[in-house]
Structures are given as structure tokens and as C-alpha cells.
Write a new protein. Sequence first.
Length: 256
Amino acid sequence: MISKNVFLLGLLVVFGVLMMMSVSATVNIVGPDNNVWSSVPHTVQNFTYNHNESGNLSNCTLWLNNTNTGSIFAPVNVTELVNDTNYYAKSNTSFTEGINQWYVQCINGTGYQDNSTTRTINYDSLGPVLNIALPINNSYAGSVASINGTASDAGSGINSSTLSLHLVNSTGGCLNWTNNSWIASGSCNSAPAPGASDWTSPNAVTLVGSNWNYTFNQASLSSGGSYNITARVTDNVTLGEPHLNTQTNIFTFDNT
């Protein structure tokens, strides 16, 4: 007859083996950062992860918004994922506009399932809406104490530091406004590259809610002169390229 002690020892051995077989494979997320605003489409976006189990881990799946994405993994044809080595997946499922939650699920050789922490990637595929309200386009303006309009973005929001104006005096030669004076310009029609000196300086245009304003000294304007105003702004996307929008109004100043 098997003694009670031998029986208990056998149970402990079996229990220990089962515990070793069911050790969790901890899945670690590398990127992208949590809560980032992105313009990168799902066909390009890499979701990077690794794990800390030393073998028998070959089945990992990317889940997006609680749906198995049918992921495209790299490197391809991997039969066993090496411990502490970064791998990435791309989703076959499109992002929704705004909030997208994702995680990686892995199963080890014993069938034990482990999920990574859940992260959020915010997708923004739409540019900001920008409008110059005053001076009205193709109008005659008798007073221009300020230039104003609206700017909004339903996704990542407006990056107010990029809200700037390019003013051109197209009468009697092309002159660009540089916050306090007119200087010679090479073109009457085209706006310079972002960040060029003949845009208004960062934050010179104030934004309150969706309304923006630039205080202007109309003494700098010549009666009968024709002027072009280009406004530009980007959204707050930080992963991928932010979306840019511009608008141009033309007006004639006439205070006679």
C-alpha cells in the first residue's frame, strides 16, 4: 500500500510540473506610446512588443478594439519568438477615427494565454478647419484694426503655436509683412515655407476657443492698395505628419 506521505509527495510533484507548464509569458509593449495622436494609417503603423519567456512562444495576435486583426507579423515565418527580442505587427483592420485600443495576446507551448497591457492610439486622418472672417475675401475694407477668423479640429485639436499669417502688399511691388514693417518679397502670390521669417512670429496670433485674432496697425496700409492674407495652422498629431490647412483672402484697403 502506498503510504500517505508518498501519495502527497506525488501530488506535489504533479502540481509542480503543471505549474511549470503553465507559467505565463509576460508580453511587453514597446510602442507606439500610449494615448498618442497619429496620422499613420493601419497599413503602415507598427505595433512593437516583446516577451520574457525563453521558448515555446509562437502564437501572438494583435487585437484592435477587441477584434482579432488578422495581423501581419514581422519577421515572417517565425516559428518561435526569441526572449527579449522586439517583434512588430501591422493590423489588417482599419483604424476608427479617434480612440483605438489595442493589445498583443500570446500563447505559449502549453496553451497558456497572456495579454499585454492595453494601450490607446488616437487616429486623426482629417485636417483642421480654417477660416479668415475679416477682412472678407475680395472686398473693400475701410478699417482693418485686426485680422481674425476661426480654426478648429475635431480630432487632435489645433496646435496654436503653428497658427500664423502671411501678409503681402501687392501694390507697387510685392512686400511681405514681418510683424512691424513691410519688406521686399520675391512673389506676390505664393506663401513661404512654414517657419520662414515672413510669417508672423509664433503665438502672435491669439486663439481663444476656436476664434483667432491678430491685431494690426492699419496705418501700415495704403488706401487703394491690394493685399493678400494667407493663414496657416496644423493639428496636434505627433506620430506621423500633422495635417496642415491654409486659406488666402484678398482685399483692397480704402479709407477715403
